[in-house]
Ligand binder design. Sequence first.
Ligand code: ADP
Length: 457
Amino acid sequence: MFRKILIANRGEIAVRVIRACREMGIQTVAVYSEADRDALHVRLADQAVCIGPAPSSESYLNIPHILMAALMTEAEAIHPGYGYLSERSSFVQACETQGIQFIGPSAEAVAKMGDKVQARAIAESAGAPVLPGTRGAIRSEEEALQHARAIGFPLLIKAAAGGGGRGIRIVHSEDSLLPSLRIAQSEAQSAFGSPDVYLEKYIPEPRHIEVQVLADAHGTVLHLYERECSLQTPRHQKMIEEAPAPNLRPEVRQALGETAVNIARAVGYQNAGTIEFLMDSEQNFYFIEMNTRLQVEHPVTEAITGIDIVQWQIRIAAGEPLPYQQTDIPIQGHAIEARLTASIPEHDFTPSTGQISQWIAPGGPSVRVDSHLYTGYSVPPFYDPLLAKVIAYAPTRHEAVRRLRRALDETTIAGVQTDREFLMRLIDTPEFHAGEVSTPFVPRLLRGAIATGGERL
Ligand code: ADP
């Protein structure tokens, strides 16, 4: 096992990884930007190294400085968290070159799945259903027109290198295809460094269902069931996630798990990863992408399986075999996570910054709070607005919904504006209670198209 791990991240996820290391008796090195001197992850780690000024491009994305910090402190492994360098194959490669173990999959798997066009082809080769769309990146306008007619409208133009809900455009009719294509290509070039885009069939009211996988270096590939992540902002940022997905037919659940394992095997995957699918109203599912890293919403899966995913990421990277078989992992109970963010939902989720004048975290039975907040903490304007994840666990979905509602109700965050009240409104809708939501639900609620307070439209 590693003696010391460097955590190349900040915020709640850096704190989460430090906690896992502590419980395993592993020393930790935090890295931080000048804006994060007083951050909780810096206080909790055994050592901390400043890696640059506030902007992420000069600090949390600064590969030479992060590698230097690891070498200086003699850390043997790097946990990248999510976001930042977690899905950069060049970083994985650079760690390998320096003899530092990257806690995640190989550079090759990251590169293959990071290209959504290639990922679709791999999924297809593994027998997974994919949405109708172009097989490769669009090479000419004639090709785009031809494919678009075959797929039908509306359709999506997606950036091959896109991620984080960015790089997706909807096209409603043939007249807007070519202008949208040109915009999408130039946006993809400036945002992701590659103009490659592809076309994909649009599903009108999809549910976002993803499957957690764990794969070791000895050929064992397991799935830890699915998460429902259909409650998303209009820009596809997830707001509430749960496991297991409500109202899922058992044979669909089984097929999802098997498909995810086949995809992971097809790419020679090791470590924790997530295979994302869209599901239509008949519960047909289609592969959309793989995230080759830890997800924000991993705690709901930990709650229902009893498996500490971060600790297993570390053990797998150290070469330990998974001691489970698929049949050893039952689903127990139900877990729901709400993301508290410093943002104003009614104003297009504009981020809010400021000093936290009061933070009272919720508690009580089976409530988990993953957060880097403390009273007096200043939320810097440079980073992701996630403040805390509140996770409620209970034997049944109904009880988990009530528990999450209770937990959010007793939470106090003063000093910045948050989405707390909006999250409670969401939870109070009859649609959420019934487990019947799809991705357009939050945008509709924001537009006032859904009645709240127990009354259906
Ligand atoms: P990213 O990598 O940016 O997260 P994804 O391909 O995972 O992009 O898609 C993000 C979200 O966009 C999905 O959860 C879903 O809400 C929406 N979306 C993606 N593809 C489609 C599609 N073909 N039809 C309808 N909605 C889609």
